[in-house]
Design a protein around this ligand. Structure first.
Ligand SMILES: [Zn+2]
Length: 346
């Protein structure tokens, strides 16, 4: 089969690899139907994620058809259409039993990281019963690919941890796919205002189409002042950090209202300052989280009912064997006006 293989920082190739086989009884082999590229894959390619080895097949998102199951798999059989969760869960360890699949003792984020991933014609999924989800036939395929990672991440780490309530003012820093998915799922809770901030006017115009009440182009340090002006000097009840840099974290700290929640989603590569001299008396809550994907079944139902349209973040389609071109487009997201690219293996 063909797969997108990482060969050390800056190097990747679309090359021939052996088709994966069942290794453990709980495994399933899935024929990938659609997959996508994540910002995390670009971090891996830069060399930022050091435990990814040369020779690793990348990708942790996708949908597919079950090709084969191990003798211990009870919930799935050959031919089932499934959503592949970015988080592998054995369902039985202490963390899984607490619903914290992200920290599963035998899983967590391993796909396209510690084991071969989904940017391939076939993928081996360990603990298939608890790491795959059946996809109802009537669900839009592009929508379901967005539920592997993007939507549970934005919803769990941003919206649920932020505890958005009806009438709240929400600030979202970063209008990439994750920030926009936070915007779409924040609307479940009817906030009064959603203020989206980004450096890219193209992404802000998408944010307005998707329901942002206000958008602010971030051109410098004064963006926090503009949020305070917009909110009558009060700030936002919930600040969602969807970038992962000291500057964007600083914005969240500067715009949070008394009693507010700062919900971090961004992947940080360096330390940030926590301004306790200003925040100590502000009754704020700061949360961090790696996505657990515990809300995947709920999100599937929301898509099925028509309440959520994750496919609105898909801007580009490629054939899976054009994946090198897809990476090129995704790496130049601003010029290409790219949010999510979907790769199809048919
Ligand atoms: Zn576990």
């Amino acid at each position: 089969m063909k797969a997108l293989v990482y060969h050390g920082p800056g190097k990747k190739a679309w090359e021939e690899r052996p088709k994966p086989q069942i290794k453990d009884d709980e495994d399933a082999i899935v024929k990938v139907v659609k997959t996508t590229i994540c910002g995390t894959d670009l971090h891996i390619l830069k060399g930022d994620v050091r435990d990814v080895e040369d020779g690793r097949v990348l990708g942790h998102e996708g949908i597919g058809i079950i090709e084969k199951v191990g003798s211990g798999v009870r919930n799935f059989k050959k031919g089932d259409k499934v959503l592949i969760s970015c988080i592998t869960s054995d369902g039985s360890c202490e963390f899984c039993k607490r619903g914290m699949y992200s920290h599963c003792e035998h899983g967590g984020w391993i796909l396209g990281h510690l084991i071969d991933g989904t940017q391939a014609e076939y993928v081996r999924i360990p603990y298939a019963d608890t790491s795959l989800y059946r996809i109802p036939e009537e669900i839009n395929e592009d929508a379901s690919v967005m539920l592997s990672d993007v939507f549970p991440t934005a919803f769990e780490c941003g919206v649920l941890n932020g505890q958005i309530k009806p009438g709240d003012t929400v600030g979202i820093v970063g209008a990439g796919p994750i920030g926009l998915a936070a915007l779409l799922t924040a609307k479940f809770y009817s906030p009064a205002r959603i203020i989206v901030m980004d450096v890219d006017e193209g992404r802000l115009s998408v944010a307005r189409e998707l329901g942002a009440t206000d958008t602010l182009i971030s051109t410098g340090a004064d963006i926090a002042d503009r949020v305070m002006e917009l909110t009558g000097k009060k700030g936002v009840d919930v600040a969602i950090e969807a970038v992962g840099t000291p500057i964007t974290f600083r914005i969240c700290e500067s715009i949070i209202a008394p009693g507010g929640h700062i919900a971090n989603i961004g992947v940080f590569g360096e330390p940030v300052d926590l301004h306790m001299e200003k925040l100590w008396a502000q009754n704020i809550t700061l949360t961090t989280r790696l996505v657990d994907t515990v809300t995947t079944p709920m999100l599937l139902k929301s898509v099925l009912s028509g309440a959520l349209h994750p496919e609105s973040l898909v801007t580009h389609h490629f054939r899976l064997d054009d994946i090198m071109k897809a990476y090129d487009t995704y790496s130049h997201a601003r010029e290409e006006k790219a949010l999510k690219v979907v790769l199809e293996n048919r």
